[in-house]
Design a protein around this ligand. Sequence first.
Ligand code: ADP
Length: 518
Amino acid sequence: MHSLNNGKFSFSNDTVKQDLQILIQALDSSISGIILTDNQQPDNPIIYCNRAFERITGYQRQEIIGHNCRFLQKEDRNQKERFMLSQAVKDGAECVVEMRNYQKNGTLFWNELYMSPIKDEHGNVLFFIGVQNDITRRKKAEQELLHQQDIMESQIRERTKSLKDSEDYLSSIVQTVRESLVVLNPDFKVLSVNDHFLKTFKVSREETEGKLLYELGNGQWDIPKLKELLENILPTNNPVEEFEVEHDFPHIGKKLMLLNAHRIELEGQYKDRILIAIEDITDRREIERRKDDFLSIASHELKTPLTTIKGYVQMMQRLLPANASDKYKDILRKTGIYVERLNNLIAELLDMSRIQTGNIELHKETFDFDSAVKEAVENIQSATKTHQINLQGSATNSYTGDESHIVQVINNLLSNAIKYAPESGEVLVYLSRVSNFLKVSVSDKGMGIKMEDQKKIFERFYRVGEIQQRFPGMGIGLYVCDQIIKNHGGTLWVESEPGRGATFNFTLPLDERTSDEQ
Ligand code: ADP
């Protein structure tokens, strides 16, 4: 049984004893730990503890009574709350602290301790009552929260740093890039430009940034078509690609600029900006023009003497003496072949430069298309022993177009089909009618063409990388074919898979009036 047995309380009768008993039972059923300390004895020892105190601390009553409360702190003595407690004891004042305490087995628990003095009628402090609650769970949750806050703060710090780093990184790219860059807001006001822009257009930042794009310089960008394309970028996300502006700019004169514009967005910072990259292609275009001029002049200059040589070779063949040696005949035959090959190469170059300058002339006449193709196939067949060319189907016997150019296309496709299929002996030429178009397909079973090359082979000088060395050629033939077909209002395209051959197709619209169906 618990009792306060230090002689300060004396009980005169049984009723009081009974009351006291109830009081002690009440204290024992409290879930808070409760102690009484005797302030008048040295070191303020504990003179009473309830059951909850035993449960919270893990000590038993006999290990508690007589001790100063400090045993609960074990070695963890430097908590500031301890000094607050001893100050309160000294002052005889109330005090609430939260401190780290340790159970008998060493387990830490957070103790919310409420200390209050019990005084006699003269105000002398006789006892202290201490009420304690184990708030470890709450404390843990608080600490967890703080920890999470720390983690979040450090993540934010890192993110800010990495954003700053990427911004520095981006701005160093923007400053080093050899293109003029302009960033616009959705109202087409210039937000910023890079140094290269200022250098290229010989303008200052002040006269550029904050201005409307269309007001810059002498209105060089105020072009209705460009405006329309730029205005479309944000709503449709369609970039402006390779837009050429030829203009007499202030300070720098007549220049040709190439514009590309895209919508840009930097997560968390901004969206709906437009980045314009401007490249001065005046010099490049001039060099290209000179190269084209050179090719055109060179092929013209070569053509004249070659035509003379061709004539002489033909003359020599006609005047061949009856008793000429086989070696002599063979040399003459080979000379004829090589002169013809050279002639074709130069003709290709001339065609190309005529196309480049827009000087290709079509002599349109009505001719028997099927027969022209048949003749072209026979001609090529007579010159090749390695391949069998199969001609199937029919298109029309009355087509109006430039016969020699169309035949040139057929010849080109056939010689490619033979050249790029050295291991297979078959070529198929298929003629057909599709609606009011004629269609020609030339199929081989050769090496085929990769998807990424299929568009490019129709460009000037493009040859597929890995075959450049193995097969002679200049990469002009298909470009010329494509232009010829386009000039007739038709389309030329290829279907192919690497290693499984290629089929080159073209369609030509049939003139209703001259079509043989009419
Ligand atoms: P060239 O034959 O002189 O290189 P072309 O313009 O006729 O020039 O052809 C361009 C490129 O297309 C060729 O270099 C070749 O890589 C590819 N090519 C053309 N025809 C075929 C074909 N039938 N099969 C595979 N590749 C082809």
